[in-house]
Design a protein around this ligand. Structure first.
Ligand code: ZN
Length: 639
């Protein structure tokens, strides 16, 4: 194999602290040097843009290593040093974003002197500078700095109150009937003869799903929906006010307009239109499903007239078990981790026409397996799979960047960081693995651009999830699963079992859509209207969008963590699902590996990275603008 020139980053086999410091500080210095050149002697248009690209490559290199190592390195001292580097990178990024001289240098670039890619980078960069407020007068910039600082502090306070806002109830041991035995063993009664159940997920989710004691579920849900209340009510008010002022100073009519400008949805006013449209198309399915839940609930409690969070998880589970006959204990033996991993590689290798060649260079931990991603005699990138839990490691699932691919300069390297079992996996986790791998392959395949701005998953935030949500479909396909999901005796998972699993998954999609639109409406309305009475607004929106009833005297918004991170953009989850269903409609369900469409998808969507707007990529792939049709058909179909 003759490899393409950029070599992988060579990682150390010891003294990681020094390596992280040298890598990050070195790249930040490089970025500062580029900023100096832009301030002092930027040169002609092409030279200016090339220096600007250098600056961004260096800054991104520092961010990538700092953020990855802060989350995966086994040595706490290395993680701390990496966090420090991350803060340094953030500081430099903010400084450059408000640097008048660097902005002037870019503003003097003549677009006609650039190629298409250069012109797009220029337009996006000028937009980012203006969104940071660089062209405002000094008093406004000063106020923007104050607002940014205060927003960070208030947002941290909001999240901290949620993390620390654990509540609990004490219930009789009989309330634990229906819960798995390991849960019961871990929850012995106290001196008062009662069992403590907290609002943390490992307690809340199983208890609300399995406890047959409705009064106990009611008590727990009441506490759960009041986490961080009342503390977060005034804090959320302040955060909403700060964001409104921030957007107003920059000339926007509210935070949603400011935020949506750089998203696929484009305009703040398009958010409520989207929410109402999804609410409308999911109305029938949600209505059908809530009737099923209510009917089943009434068999146990004939007087009840509506379903709320008190009964939601419990009866969804009852219906799945009684009506869809899926037993998780029968599913697990087919998903042995090692077979799943090699299955994932052969499925995606076949789909995207690449090979994964295992390499044994040093990494940060012995659990990590590394592969070169190869097509013919060309090395496209390198991936690292870090898939099992250990102390101090990031505890969700995500794709991280090690290096962004830059044509002729840097090889794309990405890392999957997950926490899966080393032996048998839940099917949910298999789906998660496919999902995250979707981000990883996007990162690698879009690693051949000269501009850092286009490299990897450099697309609009509300589109980012679509390719990953689409790849999940392969983890639900009976034929795909049969190719690697075999039990100890080597028998592939039966197609009928997969069909039952799919049917069980499909039940509840209307309920899901309706509840998601309630959350999206809260996220949008609170930011757009900044109401005095948040509880009242929440109740009105729940009545309008959700099919589950409001639980009296609760204040869910106080623990709605996403309102801090996503701001007015909670709709993005559903938006990218609409796009994912539309993309998937181009594939043949009976032949998920059909070459023409798979390669067209690879080349026109994934490999493009941020080269064009997501809406244009989707239109180029589908041969028409994106539409809601596939999503609507999915909602209407029984399974
Ligand atoms: Zn994702």
């Amino acid at each position: 194999m003759s490899t393409r020139l950029p070599e992988p980053l060579s990682l150390p086999s010891s003294d990681w602290g020094a390596w992280v410091a040298a890598r990050c500080d070195g790249e930040l210095d490089e970025a500062r040097r580029s900023a100096d050149v832009l301030r002092e002697s930027p040169g002609d248009s092409a030279a200016t843009m090339s220096t600007w690209n250098d600056l961004n490559i260096a800054l991104q290199n520092a961010f990538a290593v700092a953020s990855l190592m802060a989350n995966v390195h086994p040595d706490e001292a290395v993680r701390n040093r990496s966090e420090q580097a991350e803060q340094d990178a953030h500081k430099l990024l903010t400084e450059i974003g408000l640097d008048r001289q660097v902005f002037e240098a870019l503003s003097s670039v003549v677009p006609e002197e650039l190629d298409d890619g250069g012109r797009r980078v220029l337009v996006l960069s000028i937009r980012d500078f203006k969104r940071a407020g660089v062209d405002q007068d000094e008093s406004v910039r000063e106020r923007l700095r104050e607002l940014a600082e205060r927003e960070t502090a208030v947002a941290q306070e909001f999240s901290k109150n949620i993390r620390n806002g654990v509540r609990s109830v004490r219930v009789p041991p009989s309330s634990l009937e229906g819960l798995p035995s390991d849960f019961v063993e871990a929850h012995p009664p106290g001196d008062d003869g009662l069992v403590e159940i907290t609002t943390e997920y490992p307690d809340y989710l199983p208890f609300s799903t399995f406890s047959r004691d409705r009064a106990a579920r009611q008590a727990l849900v009441q506490e759960y929906l009041n986490r961080a209340w009342p503390a977060n009510e005034s804090i959320l008010h302040e955060l909403l006010e700060l964001r409104r002022e921030h957007a107003g100073l920059l000339g926007y009519d509210g935070w949603p307009s400011y935020d949506a400008e750089v998203k696929m949805i484009g305009k703040g006013s398009a958010i409520p239109e989207f929410i109402d449209r999804i609410a409308e198309v999911s109305h029938e399915a949600a209505g059908r499903e809530i009737e099923v839940l209510l009917d089943r609930l009434r068999q146990d409690h004939p007087d009840v007239t509506s379903v709320s969070n008190v009964d939601k998880l419990f009866y969804q589970e009852v219906v799945r078990r009684e009506q869809f006959d899926v037993d998780a204990q029968l599913v697990r033996p087919y998903f042995d981790f090692t077979k799943v991993r090699s299955g994932l590689l052969s499925v995606t290798g076949r789909l995207f026409d690449v090979e994964y060649v295992e390499v044994h260079d040093p990494t940060w931990h012995e659990d990590v397996t590394s592969y070169d991603v190869v097509r013919g005699d060309e090395r496209l990138g390198r991936i690292h799979l870090d898939l099992h839990p250990r102390a101090g490691k990031y505890n969700h699932a995500a794709q991280f960047t090690l290096t962004s691919g830059i044509a002729g300069r840097q090889l794309a390297e990405g890392v999957l960081v997950c926490n899966f079992s080393r032996s048998l996996m839940e099917h949910d986790h298999v789906v998660t693995l496919f999902h995250e791998f979707g981000h990883l392959v996007h990162h690698v395949l879009a690693g051949g651009h000269p501009w850092e701005r286009f490299s990897g998953v450099a697309t609009e935030w509300d589109f980012v999830e679509a390719p990953s949500q689409m790849l999940e479909e392969w983890a639900w396909d009976p034929d795909v699963l049969r190719s690697f999901a075999t039990d100890e005796a080597g028998t592939p998972i039966p197609a009928e079992l997969v069909e039952k699993m799919r049917a069980a998954k499909e039940f509840g999609k209307g309920l899901y859509a309706a509840t998601q639109m309630f959350y999206a409406a809260v996220s949008y309305r609170l930011h757009q209207d900044v109401p005095d009475d948040i509880t009242r607004t929440q109740r009105e929106l729940q009545e309008r969008y959700d099919v589950f009833d409001y639980v009296p005297d609760t204040h869910f918004f106080a623990s709605f963590g996403h309102i801090e991170g996503y701001g007015s953009g909670y709709y993005t989850y559903m938006w990218s699902l609409v796009i994912a269903k539309d993309l998937f409609s181009a594939f043949d369900r009976d032949d998920l590996f059909a070459t023409e469409v798979a390669h067209r998808y690879r080349d026109r969507i994934l490999a493009q990275g941020g080269r064009r707007d997501a809406a244009d990529l989707v239109a180029d792939f589908l041969g028409r603008p994106y539409s809601f049709d596939a999503f609507e058909r999915w909602l209407d179909s029984p399974g």
